[in-house]
Design a protein around this ligand. Structure first.
Ligand code: MG
Length: 346
């Protein structure tokens, strides 16, 4: 098996702002694994919040990786990736997802079938309105016309103004993500106010370090609370019971589709709702998690919809609902125009 990679710059349609930062573009590393005529693909979407970065990933990739010449079982390769990626979750995710994409193509099966997740995807995905220019809100709501649910980034001092402005243009359900931007009193007050604005839930109201305060907030919140920065892997889940109503599962946080599958089972065991989230990613990353989307209560799989140069065809949105591509593995295909323009893409 051969590993190769390339860096690709995703251009945001609008500057993407959250309570912590704003970006016009994101650099990503695409990982390719090849053997027997099949290409497995994975995407590294490093998280600044967890001190991951593209230079750090590239530095690691300089270390030569020795993969078996002829891979015949995935477990031995996962062990190699566990050592090679050294705890960098977004990096592990890309390597492991590429491996399962390759393995399932080779075995003539889709990734979700391999993990035994069947069933149709029923839930609509939300579409994110990030923090940015107030004057652009009308335009952003217009651009979100195709999507049935909005996700709005809050956690700054103009939160009510943002929601009130959006409410002038649409009455669609809204999900709010405070990205750790509130204290407990603000969160209680905002939950009551937001509940009257057809807001469905609140994601990560308090800083992750304030997890203990979530018991009190959950008792007093008028809306369901979803853990994002407080939930990385399956081992975090038990401790979130009585503090949150659900978890936001992201591949870049948990380290790949194998761990994502364990998180789904663990969250269900503890009766927590499951949201699928993402980074700003191309269709490689988005389609990987979407393979399990029939299992999620809430979908926020819009990372590839926030960019205007996605080089792959993968997950499509039909009437607001994600539809998986047909085909084995992830079902991805490289768009020919991008192949011509960026010869390192595979
Ligand atoms: Mg979030």
């Amino acid at each position: 098996m051969r590993l190769s990679y390339t860096i690709y710059r995703l251009q945001c349609t609008h500057p993407f702002g959250i309570s912590r930062s704003s970006h016009d573009y994101y650099d990503r590393v695409f990982i390719y694994l090849e053997q027997d005529g099949f290409i497995g693909r994975g995407e590294v979407a490093p998280s600044e919040r967890y001190n991951e970065s593209i230079p750090q990933i590239l530095e690691r990739l300089k270390n030569k990786i020795i993969l078996p010449k002829n891979v015949t079982n995935v477990d031995e390769v996962i062990e190699i990736f566990d050592r090679y990626t050294d705890g960098i979750k977004s990096f592990r995710s890309a390597c492991v997802n590429a491996l399962f994409d390759w393995w399932t193509q080779k075995n003539n099966i889709s990734l979700h079938e391999y993990f035994n997740y069947y069933g149709k995807i029923k839930n609509s995905t939300s579409f994110t309105i990030a923090i940015g220019d107030f004057d652009e809100l009308a335009q952003k709501v217009k651009e979100a016309k195709k999507y049935k649910i909005l996700k709005v980034k809050l956690g700054i001092d103009k939160d009510k103004d943002i929601i009130s402005t959006i409410r002038k243009f649409t009455d669609k359900p809204i999900r709010v993500d405070a990205n750790e931007g509130w204290d407990i009193n603000t969160a209680i007050e905002m939950s009551r106010w937001l509940a009257e604005q057809n807001v469905e839930l609140i994601e990560q109201p308090l800083p992750a370090n304030d997890l203990d305060k979530m018991v009190e907030l959950k008792k007093n919140s008028s809306l369901p609370l979803i853990a994002d920065e407080n939930c990385h892997t399956s081992s975090d889940i038990e401790n979130l019971v009585n503090k949150f109503d659900g978890i936001n599962l992201k591949l870049a946080k948990c380290g790949g589709v194998d761990e994502a599958s364990i998180m789904i089972k663990t969250a269900k065991k503890y009766n927590l709702k499951i949201m699928f989230g993402c980074m700003v990613e191309s269709s490689i990353g988005i389609t990987a998690l979407a393979q399990f989307a029939s299992q999620a209560d809430y979908l926020d799989l819009d990372g590839n919809l926030l960019i205007d140069n996605d080089p792959y065809n993968g997950l499509q949105i039909v009437n607001g609902v994600p539809v998986l591509p047909k085909g084995n593995g992830l079902g991805l295909s490289l768009i020919i125009d991008y192949q011509n323009k960026f010869p390192d893409l595979k």
